[in-house]
Ligand binder design. Structure first.
Ligand SMILES: Nc1nc2c(ncn2[C@@H]2O[C@H](COP(=O)(O)OP(=O)(O)OP(=O)(O)O)[C@@H](O)[C@H]2O)c(=O)[nH]1
Length: 401
């Protein structure tokens, strides 16, 4: 009686969460992150339990076969949902139908050849195998795409592993004691369904939390990126620099301020669309030319900032020259056989900065150098040396601040 009540509550629980996941997946539109599959999985499991209740005591019946088939389909649906969550979209409907057919045929064959006990044992051992494999997969994901979700994946592995073990015990009990072992009055059955209820209660918020994390991460990333070029924007650059300065042995930096020459003329002569293409091509060159530890960003209009760590003056100069000449070589094909269009940049290099407070001052210095470069004929690299009145903190001051 108690186990039956728990199963009935479990049905309600699963079907309600199925509805909620379905509603959430509709809101997510294109990037559903597997929530639609999760909704289907919960609905199938809820339905499987409804059929189990309808079938009554364990034995041969169409409702029992359908219930087992649905139960066996659920891990496949969750698996596809998990893959989609980690950005590997895969088909669901065809594999699901094929698997449902295989599961139904296997049940009929086993029932016909070996009887009901074997059919129920097969369900338990197959589920055990699947959930133990899922636990192993969750552990393996920790070293790969789920690196940032260690606690969550460890929890999934633990919960799936325990369910696998419970199914092994259930299968052994069925083989030992026959269908009587599945009597809803049995203490093990009560414990099994309490665990299932616990699982359904814990997994649903866990899944919502995972989706929320992915959404907020994506939101933050898009707030820190320039939508046109894909480079960091000013906010993203400041966040990345904040991360850099947090390191105990953070290297001093130089800012390279790049400005496309005569960009207004490009816009006016060829239109904004071509202007945008020029911005994207310059951004590509910057992104391609970055060395380890460098950062590239578009901080506005036709202005870019590249951050180079290290105090090696000659190295930074060489990097700036490399960027300048790489951009000078860019050739943009224009429509109707015109072109190709080239562009150049002028680059101002800031003095060495040793801490976060120095950013604005360093940018100002780089801007002053850039201005000198423009006045001096453009398409050149200019040094910005600390002007009187602009203090760029020494390492010890920066550390104290
Ligand atoms: N296509 C396009 N144009 C932009 C964008 N942002 C700013 N601009 C244009 O960039 C131009 C910048 O012009 P100016 O600041 O006068 O500089 P310039 O013509 O490059 O002259 P110098 O820097 O002195 O060589 C303006 O015409 C802006 O409208 C953008 O996102 N796309």
């Amino acid at each position: 009686m108690v186990a039956t009540l728990i199963v009935a509550m479990l049905c309600v629980h699963l079907l309600c969460f199925a509805l909620m996941f379905w509603l959430i997946s509709r809101r997510l539109q294109g990037g559903r992150m597997g929530v639609d599959a999760l909704a289907l999985g919960n609905a199938l499991l809820g339905l499987a339990y409804v059929l189990q209740l309808a079938a009554g005591p364990a034995g041969w019946s169409a409702a029992s076969v359908a219930s087992h088939t649905l139960t066996l389909c659920v891990p496949l649906v969750y698996w596809v949902g998990g893959m989609r969550f980690f950005g590997h979209p895969g088909p669901l409907l065809r594999p699901l139908l094929a698997w449902a057919l295989v599961a139904t045929a296997a049940q009929v064959l086993v029932q016909w050849g070996l009887g009901s006990v074997a059919r129920y044992a097969m369900l338990s051992f197959t589920m055990a195998l699947i959930f133990l494999a899922m636990a192993v997969a969750a552990v393996r994901l920790l070293g790969g795409p789920a690196r940032d979700l260690r606690v969550e994946m460890a929890l999934v592995a633990l919960l799936a592993g325990m369910l696998g073990v419970l199914n092994v015990v259930k299968g052994v009990r069925v083989l030992d004691g026959g269908l009587a072992a599945l009597d809803m009055g049995q203490r093990f059955q009560v414990a099994f369904y309490i665990y299932m209820s616990f699982l359904a209660t814990v997994l649903a918020p866990l899944m919502i939390w995972l989706v929320l994390r992915r959404l907020t991460d994506a939101l933050r990333a898009s707030a820190e990126r320039d939508p046109l070029t894909g480079l960091l924007n000013r906010r993203g650059l400041l966040a990345a620099l904040h991360g850099h300065w947090k390191a105990r042995d953070a290297a001093p930096l130089r800012l390279l301020l790049l400005d496309i020459d005569h960009f207004k003329h490009i816009n006016d002569s060829h239109g904004h669309k071509v202007g945008d293409t020029v911005l994207c091509r310059v951004a590509e060159v910057l992104a391609r030319s970055l060395r380890t530890g460098d950062l590239a960003s578009r901080i506005g209009g036709e202005e870019f900032v590249v951050v180079c760590p290290g105090g090696d003056r000659a190295g930074v100069r060489a990097a700036a020259e490399r960027l300048r000449s790489a951009i000078e070589r860019v050739q943009i094909a224009l429509e109707h056989g015109h072109g190709p269009l080239g562009c150049t940049v002028t680059i101002g290099i800031s003095p060495l900065l040793h801490g976060p407070q120095a950013f604005d001052a360093a940018l100002q210095q780089a801007d002053a150098a850039l201005y000198r470069g423009k006045a001096g004929g453009r398409n050149r690299v200019e040094w910005g040396d600390a002007a009187p009145g602009v203090r760029v903190p020494a390492p010890e001051l920066a550390a104290a601040g």
